[in-house]
Ligand binder design. Structure first.
Ligand code: DAO
Ligand code: DAO
Length: 294
């Protein structure tokens, strides 16, 4: 039996307290901070759950407890800040609450999910569309190897406030993956190109030095006009050892570019100073602190 430690803390937008929620259940309060959890066990039994605590779902605590027993999950510790579950399952995933897009808690055996969020885009200055959900992953062993010396002695509370910690992660050679799951099904490759000329292009002007135009061109030219990215497509942007940015679409490699500023620019979109989703960035910081505390 595989026992997977699954510590995470994913923020939820504040939601009204359900009218008939149990006031005495500390578990239900704790579960609220743990975001949506979907766990899938083997032996042909699959169960998924993406719960959110809304007035329409007042039995959050009960439903969650019963899911845990049904799936033979053992709750070892559940604090308001950290949900730490020992799962008797071989895999687990976390769903982005608004879109339901699900992200495995571990990628490539050792990359841990640190935060999930949503990339939105205003169209014609009016409507905000949900373009994709994303998950930020980083290699556990690399984090410890690269960041423990500088940060290992700090408390979790101190680490959560340290902007430098994220800066160092972005600058470092820690293996990371940003997984995008497309929500908006009508993306044309032209609109994708012009969007990332703006987002990635802005960062490259900051981090890319004199070669920023050429780097953007190399990145953009990987994405051919004939590529299709319907709803549900999975795009992985990985920073591999040696600052290699590798892109795969639904598991197929589309290109690799060795460039530290390009890696930095891509990661900056998600955990830099002006991230697409502020909560995701905060979750990454909290969970990074947790990895360093272990
Ligand atoms: O089709 O007019 C439209 C809306 C397009 C929004 C494009 C946003 C693209 C963001 C980058 C997506 C990368 C996968
Ligand atoms: O959201 O603005 C953004 C930046 C996204 C950067 C990654 C884009 C990868 C797009 C692949 C499209 C393939 C057709």
């Amino acid at each position: 039996m595989v026992s997977l430690r699954f510590p995470f803390s994913f923020s939820q937008p504040p939601t009204p307290k359900p009218p008939n929620a149990s006031t005495s259940s500390s578990f239900s309060t704790s579960a609220t901070t743990a975001s949506s959890v979907a766990a899938v066990c083997g032996a042909g039994i699959a169960a998924g759950l993406a719960l959110s605590q809304t007035p329409a779902n007042p039995l959050y605590g009960n439903a969650f407890s019963s899911l845990l027993s049904n799936l033979l999950l053992k709750t070892s510790h559940f604090s308001p800040m950290w949900g730490s579950l020992s799962l008797s399952c071989s895999s687990a995933s976390v769903a982005e609450p608004k879109t339901g897009m699900s992200f495995p808690s571990v990628l490539k055996d050792s990359q841990r999910l640190l935060g999930i969020g949503l990339r939105k885009k205003a169209v014609l200055g009016l409507k905000n569309i949900d373009v994709y959900a994303f998950g930020v992953y980083a290699d556990d062993g690399d984090i410890k190897k690269v960041l423990t010396e500088k940060y290992g002695a700090l408390s979790a509370a101190e680490l959560k406030e340290k902007k430098e910690l994220r800066e160092d992660l972005m600058e470092s050679d820690v293996s990371m993956t940003i997984r995008l799951q497309i929500v908006y099904g009508r993306l044309s490759i032209q609109s994708v190109r012009s969007a990332f000329q703006e987002s990635v292009g802005n960062r490259l002007r900051k981090f890319g030095g004199p070669n920023n135009k050429e780097l953007l061109e190399r990145f953009t030219s990987q994405f051919k006009d004939e590529y299709k990215i319907p709803r549900g497509s999975i795009i992985d942007l990985s920073r591999d050892q040696g600052y290699v940015l590798r892109t795969t679409i639904d598991g197929q490699e589309v290109g690799s570019i060795q460039s530290k500023p390009l890696c930095r620019s891509i990661i900056d979109l998600y955990i830099g100073d002006e991230p697409f989703d502020q909560k995701a960035k905060e979750d990454v910081q909290k969970n990074l602190a947790h990895v360093l505390q272990k």
